[in-house]
Design a binder for this molecule. Structure first.
Ligand SMILES: [Mn+2]
Length: 425
């Protein structure tokens, strides 16, 4: 086993509130396709397992007994490779202890509580009351990225940058969302990606206001926004980047909207320092973007008040960002033990914690003209005085702008891991 894994396991063992409980972390099992063929959905081991095992292994189980010590107490149980897997998939035996020995390992520790994390385990009726607390502690302990993880994220960011460099040259009227996706992903692969980290988003025109849009055969028309949100993945680690372009010549309104989002993004990045509360960064970005919309004549009123009233969610209906790395929502959520903040202005925020050295977060403010929100009669009534509705009517098919970078929090200045990807229109 490599050094970084033993160091990581020992560190995690010290961080978990197991007391005398055993820990089992399952990789999970492949999920068969519904038609009951011999095919499965693409398999990825549960992130909690992958983090500790350092390998993909369907059916694998990491076991830990605190009585055996933080370094020595770990056993990696793996299933035996089958002949079918050797023949059809060219698989080889994953290194580890045969999973047949797991029963004996458990039997020798009978009566001890068991915290079961990761994917579903092949062992039934395991439950320790502390399991949720252990899971929360593991999630929290995984938040600062170690050097091995950072190296992978940097490689993923470099492959992502290569894709965006190619994409930027191609964006023009007449190119379809699918064509842009193909060129972007091909470049990811050429630069070492194992796959795209998540479903690539390419939205032209009104589609750029659909937060998770799947690329279609629609071609960009002259003067339309083209929003691209994609990232390369290498060994399960990924980048998550968004850029918004215009096919052809941008209008003054598009330039202003892009500039408002860009300014908010760059200011939010400078605030990514240890101890900064994520929700405060989110609120500051919301106030700045609302101020920008007021300056553009789209909203009216005092920015802080508009945000307190939740009016920003008409145009900025998501959170400022999330953690990224081993998966596209790696370790996000609440600081351990912290309840959900009830403020209306924070309703769209799913991460609430102070930043710390080694965290990697996305910073991704956006402003969109989303007909499903802006045509809603209840919102039109509630925010009657907050919005220049006739102006909004003119831009209902404009789409939207999002700009997203991945930021490493350090004890010094924040490091933008995706800085090589130009942001201007
Ligand atoms: Mn993204």
């Amino acid at each position: 086993m490599s050094d970084h894994l033993s160091t990581r396991r020992a560190r995690i063992a010290e961080a978990l509130p197991l007391e005398d409980a055993l820990l089992l972390v399952g990789a999970g099992e492949p999920v068969p396709l519904p038609e009951n063929s011999d095919q499965t959905y693409p398999f990825r081991s549960h992130a909690e397992y992958y983090y500790l095992a350092g390998q993909e292994c369907a059916g694998g189980v990491m076991a830990y007994d605190p009585r055996d010590g933080a370094a020595e107490g770990w056993v990696s149980f793996v299933p035996a490779v089958t002949e079918g897997e050797r023949v059809w998939e060219g698989r080889e035996q994953v290194p580890g202890t045969p999973i047949a020995l797991l029963d004996g390992w458990l039997a020798a520790r009978r009566g001890r509580p068991v915290a079961a994390l990761g994917g579903k385990l092949p062992v039934v009726s395991l439950y320790a009351p502390a399991t949720e607390r252990v899971r929360e502690s593991l999630r929290h302990a995984r938040r600062p990225k170690d050097d091995h993880e950072l190296a992978l994220i940097r490689r993923a960011a470099a492959a992502t940058a290569a894709g965006y460099a190619k994409l930027r040259e191609l964006v023009r009227p007449g190119l379809t969302e699918r064509a842009l996706q193909i060129e972007l992903e091909a470049e990811f692969f050429r630069h070492g990606a194992s796959r795209p980290g998540y479903g690539t988003i390419v939205g032209t025109g009104p589609n750029s206001a659909v937060l998770h849009f799947e690329p279609s055969a629609r071609a960009a028309r002259d003067g339309e926004f083209v929003l691209v949100d994609a990232g390369a993945e290498i060994d399960r680690y990924m980048a998550d980047v968004t850029r918004t372009y215009v096919a052809g010549e941008p209008s003054a309104f598009q330039r202003d909207l892009h500039q408002v989002v860009l300014a908010a993004e760059e200011r939010a990045i400078t605030r990514c320092v240890p101890g900064a509360e994520w929700k405060n960064l989110h609120l500051a970005a919301a106030v700045e973007m609302v101020a920008g919309l007021v300056a553009m004549g789209v909203m009216q009123g005092v920015p802080e008040t508009l945000v307190e009233r939740e009016a920003h969610t008409l145009f900025f209906p998501h959170g400022l960002g999330h953690m990224v790395g081993l998966g596209v929502r790696d370790g996000s959520g609440m600081y351990p033990g912290r309840p959900k903040d009830p403020r209306a202005s924070l309703k769209t925020l799913r991460m609430d914690l102070p930043l710390a050295d080694g965290y990697v977060v996305t910073v991704e403010p956006g402003l969109y003209f989303i007909p499903a929100l802006l045509n809603d009669p209840a919102r039109r009534t509630r925010f009657r005085d907050c919005v220049n509705w006739p102006l909004v009517e003119q831009h209902l098919s404009l789409g939207g702008v999002r700009i997203e970078d991945n930021v490493l929090v350090t004890s010094g200045a924040p490091e933008v891991l995706t800085a090589a990807i130009p942001k201007h229109l």
